[in-house]
Write a protein that binds this ligand. Structure first.
Ligand code: ADP
Length: 694
């Protein structure tokens, strides 16, 4: 249970630190590998993206190509239909059995209806021209070159038609025109039969250019370039849009005609398929771009995170170094009083490991057992939300080896980032060295004072001896002289007057010695004028700092009790303070032994029981020390009697003198079960004043 809570309490610091360290260990040696992984990922995504776009483009192109192929097939079918309709209208013309004159208008009508026809000829079965008609839409085609020059094609075609007994088409040939231009033509020869017998031929000359214009441009020419070509690629006629786009899709279809085969070429001049040719590709591209963006953001984020982690690790390391090098002990407690954190300085101070302290609650292992109650009360007050004094408070802690040492604790609420109080943070300063120095200076001061007092006493003694020496020597010599005189039996009268004189001198010198003594007494009595009314509480408070100082050093608890409604006492304040201080110090020194654990000194002021009510106040100083042995008891008040190596043995005798000068008594008795009580009485203000007034 303990180790669990300790673990829990360690985590905020240690977990963060070890996490960051582990993370850095993980990241730093693998930095380059990680970079190449990122590069590979980016390359892969780019490759997928490019492939997808390329495939989509190809798909689009194949779609365009297929559409073009379909169009070419449709165009060839249209042409085929057109040519068979030509044959039908020619057959209708032949069936009318017309004369060459009546043939003319019929033929002209046909020419008007078919713009691609250049000329119709009626030839007899020997191929002699019977009649002909030229297209009304152009100048007669055979104007520049006479028909006779190019009739061979027609003749050969008709031979073929005769053989097929049906329509036959010639191969194409160029027909120059009088304007310097010319065009490709093709001829159709349809044999005319009457009752199964060949009677002639109808020959139609087509302009290939016009065939394209008439039959295909309307349906297919808007988006394509149409042309008839020869197998070697030579263009015979060309029509349709001729947009200058970058990419050309081409479809070729054969048009099989009896006697001739034409090659129709359709060039779809389309732009390069767009980057986003269709929704699918657009979607894929969009998603890929989004993916790349996310990847870039992730990479940035991870870089930022790495930097933040490194900064955090640095900051933590800095803080740890700072805490470790602090000489001030730091201790954090949660709101229930459990220790959540201690720094190395604190551990060093109290001699306990951090693990042994973290998670602990009152009573703490570093509390001296005799102070546990007091400290527990203090902690309860603190946990109830009362802030301690800003300047801190003094306390006593105990090391693991049991030694006590004074500390100054400055405690403040621990506020979280959210602004809530999560506990208390305390800075603990070991002030034993400071106390030692204070104690040293106090002791040396006291020694100085004692020496000064001793010097005064010595001075007084030498003064007295000097002053008294003369009268006493005179007294002695007069007394001796008198004795000698009384021994001489002869000179009686003279002797008697001499003895008389000597006795007078003795009386005189004794009187002088008495005056010297009186003047010293007067000097002592003069201090009576310094008397004043002082509240007992004030007397005890005045000595408290000095008493506490020594009490801390000797690990003594001091209890002060003043009964209520106690009258003020009439006294020489300085002297009475000196008495109290002496008694308290003696009591504490009597408890300074290793076998005495619970060291308590009680300073008590109450009305004196034996005297008249409210007239006297009794002060009692109680210790639980060694007590007083009978052989010590008899010499206790003797000046210069002491059992201490550094003692002067003047304390108690001075105390008694001072108390008795005030009219009181100084007594002592054993305290059950152990220790001693020193009591003394002082007059209350009213009775003291009247007693001292003349
Ligand atoms: P000093 O303190 O300089 O020794 P004091 O006159 O004050 O001189 O005391 C004389 C002796 O009386 C001390 O040395 C000590 O042995 C004894 N004494 C005084 N007070 C106590 C006490 N409270 N308990 C036991 N012994 C005491």
């Amino acid at each position: 249970m303990k180790s669990l809570s300790a673990q829990r309490a360690i985590t905020p610091w240690q977990r963060a630190l070890s996490m960051v360290r582990a993370r850095l260990d993980e990241v730093l040696p693998w930095g380059s590998g990680r970079r190449s992984l990122w590069a590979a990922l980016i390359a892969l995504v780019l490759a997928v993206l490019v492939t997808l776009v390329w495939l989509a483009g190809r798909y689009e192109a194949s779609q365009v190509q297929a559409e073009l192929e379909r169009d070419a097939t449709d165009a060839v079918n249209d042409l085929r239909g057109g040519f068979s309709r030509h044959v039908q209208s020619l057959q209708a013309l032949q069936a009318a059995h017309l004369t060459p004159d009546s043939w003319q208008p019929e033929a002209s009508t046909l020419l008007r209806n078919n713009r691609d026809w250049v000329r119709i000829e009626w030839r007899d079965k020997n191929n002699q021209l019977q009649s002909f008609a030229d297209s009304p839409f152009r100048t007669p085609a055979f104007e520049r070159i006479g028909r006779a020059e190019v009739v061979n094609e027609a003749l050969q075609t008709c031979q073929r038609a005769k053989r097929f007994n049906g329509p036959a088409y010639s191969s194409t040939y160029f027909l120059p025109q009088s304007n310097g231009l010319g065009f490709e033509v093709m001829e159709l020869c349809l044999p005319v039969t009457q009752i199964g017998e060949l009677v002639g031929y109808t020959v139609v000359t087509f302009s290939l250019q016009e065939v394209l214009n008439e039959r295909l441009v309307a349906s297919f020419g808007r988006r394509n370039e149409l042309s008839f070509i020869e197998p070697d690629g030579t263009r015979l006629a060309i029509a349709g849009t001729q947009r200058r786009e970058r990419r050309i899709f081409t479809a070729q279809q054969l048009l099989d005609l009896p006697g001739n085969t034409l090659l129709l070429r359709m060039d779809g001049r389309r732009g390069e398929p767009d980057l986003f040719p269709n929704v699918l590709t657009a979607l894929v591209t969009g998603m890929s771009i989004a993916l790349i963006t996310v990847m870039i953001l992730l990479a940035k984020d991870s870089r930022r995170r790495l930097k933040a982690e490194r900064d955090l690790a640095d900051a933590l390391a800095f803080r740890k170094a700072m805490e470790d090098s602090l000489v001030t002990g730091l201790r954090a407690r949660d709101l229930k009083g459990h220790i959540t954190y201690v720094n190395p300085a604190f551990c060093q101070m109290v001699g306990w490991e951090a693990e042994a302290l973290i998670g602990k609650n009152a009573p703490m292992p570093y509390w001296p057992p005799e102070m546990v109650d007091e400290y527990q009360q203090r902690q309860a007050i603190r946990l109830a939300g009362n802030a301690p004094p800003r300047e801190g408070f003094e306390s006593v802690f105990m090391r693991q080896d049991g030694t006590r040492f004074p500390v100054l604790i400055i405690e403040a609420p621990l506020i979280s980032v959210q602004g809530e109080q999560t506990g208390w943070m305390g800075a603990v300063i070991d002030i034993s060295e400071q106390r030692r120095i204070e104690e040293l200076s106090r002791a040396s001061q006291e020694r100085l004072q004692a020496t000064a007092r001793l010097a005064t006493v010595g001075e007084m003694a030498s003064l007295l001896s000097h002053e008294l020496n003369q009268p006493l020597a005179a007294i002695a010599s007069y007394a001796n002289g008198s004795l000698n005189l009384l021994k001489d039996p002869q000179a009686e009268t003279q002797t008697l007057s001499d003895v008389h004189m000597a006795l007078r001198r003795i009386a005189e010198q004794a009187g002088r010695a008495g005056r010297v003594i009186n003047s010293v007494h007067d000097f002592v009595r003069r201090r009576e004028q310094a008397r004043e009314a002082v509240a007992p509480q004030a007397l005890l408070e005045a000595i408290a700092p000095l008493v506490n100082l020594q009490a801390r050093k000797l690990q003594v608890r001091v209890h002060t009790r003043v009964e209520p409604r106690l009258p003020a006492v009439w006294c020489d304040r300085t002297m009475v303070e000196q008495v109290l201080l002496n008694l308290a110090r003696n009591g504490m020194q009597a408890m300074d032994r290793p076998d005495i654990e619970d060291r308590v000194l009680i300073l008590h002021a109450r009305p004196a029981a034996s005297k008249a009510e409210n007239a006297w106040v009794e002060f009692a100083v109680t210790d639980v020390g060694t007590g007083i042995e009978p052989d010590v008891e008899v010499q206790l008040f003797n000046p210069f009697f002491t059992t201490k190596a550094e003692g002067m043995g003047l304390g108690l005798s001075l105390c008694r003198t001072v108390v008795e000068q005030h009219g009181g008594h100084l007594l002592f008795e054993a305290h059950a079960p152990k220790g001693t009580v020193f009591r003394f009485t002082l007059p209350a203000e009213a009775s003291g004043k009247s007693a001292s007034s003349p």
